[in-house]
Structures are given as C-alpha cells and as structure tokens.
Design a protein around this ligand. Structure first.
Ligand code: RIB
Length: 304
C-alpha cells in the first residue's frame, strides 16, 4: 500500500448561485450537482487517480448515501477494508454554494465522520504499517488525528497534515510531529495569528510553525501558487493561469496529487509542481472529485 488516508468522506450538495439569499428571501439558482466529496475522500481519490495504491480509514453513515460512497471509493480502486458503517447515523454531507466568480462557501455536517475514533487507527494497524505515507485532515475528531500522527511516528511513516477546515484548537505538540503541514492562507492566519497578505508575511508566519518543530510547511495560496517553507529556506511555486469555474476541492486535489508523487519519486519540488498543475486543472470543471483530471490530462497539460 502506498498511501493511507485517515479521514472524512461527505456527500457534496453543490448549488451554483448568482447570489446568496437574504434572510426570509427565496431565490432561484441556475444549477445543482450532487457528488462524492469530503476532504479525506477527495485526497484519496486524487492520489488513486494518479495511480497510487490507497487505503481509506473512514466511517460512513446508515442512509441512502452510504452505499454510494463505498461504491465510489471502490470505483477508484481505493481499499475500503477499514471503511465501515455507523448504524443510526447520517453520512457526512456538505451543502456548498459556488458563485459566478467560482468562489465557494461550504457547510459541513460531519455525521458518521465524528465516529472515526483512535481505536479505528489501531484496528487498521497491520495494514497501515505497510503504507509509505499517512494523510490527515481535520474533519474527524482531533484525538483520532493525534493517534494517527503518533502511529506514523512509531512506525517511521511520514505524515501529511492538512489543517482543514481551520481550527484554533489544534495541539501543536502533535503538529510539530508531522513531516508535511499543508494549510491554505486563511488556515495559516488562524493558526499563527499573523497576517498573510503578502508572500513575505506568509513565509514569516510559516517560519513560526517551523520553530515549533514542523519539518515542511507548504502553504497553498490559490492563484498565487504555493510556498514551501523549511528551516532557513523557502521556495515559491507559481500557479498556472486557467479559467476557473469551480474551485471546490482544489486544495484536496493538490494534496492527493502531491502525496502520490512524493511517494513515487521522493522529490518534493517536482511533486509540488505537478500537484499545482493538477489542482489548476481541477478548477476548470464543476464538482470536487468529478473535476479531478486523469494522468493523461495532466501529462497533456504539462506539455503546453
Ligand atoms: O475541500 C472541499 C470539501 O470540503 C468538499 O468536498 C466538502 O465535502 C468539504 O469536506
């Protein structure tokens, strides 16, 4: 197994809107899509689409979305041995609103994802030990994330932590034990309390996390590209210019693709460049997982 994603799955209910209704107002919106999402599942799918062998440790609900979620993961060849149902609970769902400028607003109802517990990490231990990388986000209980970080450290498996959605309650003793910490600008701002308007400010904020023990801080900055910060040095990776129609799940696309190329080649800069291209392609289509390109599409794009 190449990659273990220990994290969330959701069903995305995406409304494409001209504007948000005011209180008490009813407005018509031009389009709607339903699809499989959740930051964990999106990252797993992105890595699997690039060719990684991926396992997912996750919890699904006990409703009409559950079987569809399982089928979806399996359709990408993702190992679901440790994907299980929580009886009497809804699946995670995410009502999402995407406006004409391709900006999104996301609500999450965690549902079954709340029941992914530290003991679920230990139940999957034998299979997890064979993975080359563990990928984590924050849509599951923090105690489970901390157990997964400890597990990675105990078995010398590198850990990626994507602190999304943003949370101020993260325990930095654990964050410092991650190999790759991948926030976006607003998550970095919330976690450090520092301004993140300019690239210089982003580097300064990221260095405070390096001082806390994180080896690599990778800040995703949307159309401003990516900043990779390490002890005493940093690299800026430019974004690709594309016509964005839906940016939902682009951060997850980036992380899953980065995880894949990191495991395959171990060259961080190369992996970051490919992940930046993969994420750029994802914003040119509607939806989350449904917008992720194939290997052929990524190769074609890199030739231009
Ligand atoms: O990052 C995008 C994802 O956030 C969506 O797929 C939604 O499910 C929420 O988890």
């Amino acid at each position: 197994m190449d990659i273990a994603v220990i994290g969330s799955n959701m069903v995305d209910l995406i409304s494409y809107i001209d504007k948000m209704p005011k209180e008490g107002e009813t407005l018509e919106a031009p389009d709607f899509k339903i699809g499989c999402g959740g930051k964990g599942a999106n990252q797993a799918v992105a890595a699997a689409k690039m060719g990684s062998k991926v396992m997912m440790v996750t919890k699904i609900g006990d409703d009409l979305f559950a079987d569809k979620t399982m089928e979806n993961l399996e359709s990408y060849g993702i190992d679901t041995e440790f994907t299980s149902k929580v009886h009497g609970t809804s699946s995670g769902v995410a009502p999402i609103f995407v406006d004409r400028e391709s900006r999104n607003r996301i609500l999450i109802i965690k549902g079954a994802n709340q029941y992914l517990l530290p003991e679920d990490v230990d139940s999957a231990a034998e299979k997890l030990k064979k993975c080359s990388l563990i990928v984590l986000q924050l849509e599951i209980p923090h105690q489970t994330i901390y157990r997964a970080i400890e597990f990675g450290n105990e078995h010398r498996i590198p850990v990626i932590l994507n602190p999304a959605p943003a949370s101020k309650d993260l325990d930095f003793d654990y964050v410092g034990k991650c190999d790759y910490f991948i926030p976006n600008e607003s998550e970095l701002e919330l976690l450090t309390g520092m301004p993140v308007e300019s690239k210089e400010q982003i580097v300064a904020a990221a260095f405070t996390l390096i001082d806390k023990g994180v080896k690599n801080v990778i800040v995703t900055m949307g159309n401003r590209g990516v900043m990779w910060v390490m002890k005493e040095k940093f690299y800026s990776i430019d974004s690709y210019k594309v016509d964005a129609i839906d940016t939902t799940g682009a951060g997850d696309a980036f992380i899953g693709c980065f995880a894949h190329f990191l495991v395959q080649h171990g060259d961080v800069l190369h992996a970051l460049k490919l992940a930046t291209a993969f994420a750029a392609l994802s914003v040119t289509k509607q939806g989350t997982q449904s917008s992720y390109p194939s290997v052929e599409e990524l190769e074609q794009f890199m030739k231009i």
